[in-house]
Design a protein. Structure first.
Length: 122
């Protein structure tokens, strides 16, 4: 069994899921796939797969996260903004401990009360 660090979960699962939701939101806002691809520094094909739900299906973001992404989508005007807003959403996921939820899901041997990544204050 492979040990995944929370940062690996972010790279392999959360960042693609966030990009997917940003793509869907930006498409609803009237942006084209070419523009969205430019803003995120990825291919138009990747954007197409995000929008058609053929990519980034490993994590289902909850309503609260999707609402945060919807608020952030309008703030993205250039590639640097996309990094800033993606990092903001990752911070939200860490603070809400959704990263922990998926860490437990993918690695059953991690105890439910694990506090390695987010130690409780003493």
């Amino acid at each position: 069994m492979k040990l995944l660090h929370p940062q690996e979960l972010e790279v392999f699962y959360f960042i693609p899921a966030i990009r997917k939701e940003f793509s869907v939101q930006m498409k609803k806002m009237g942006k084209g796939q070419r523009e969205i691809a430019y803003l995120f520094g990825i291919t138009e094909a990747a954007i197409s797969q995000y929008i058609s739900a053929k990519r980034a299906t490993g994590v289902k973001l909850d309503r609260e996260v999707k609402e945060e992404i919807a608020k952030s989508a309008d703030k993205i005007k250039n590639p640097i903004d996309s990094i800033r807003e993606t990092q903001k959403i990752l911070g939200f996921l860490r603070r809400s401990r959704l990263v922990c939820k998926y860490h437990h899901k993918f690695l059953k041997f991690i105890p439910k009360n694990c506090s390695v990544c987010y130690p409780t204050a003493k």
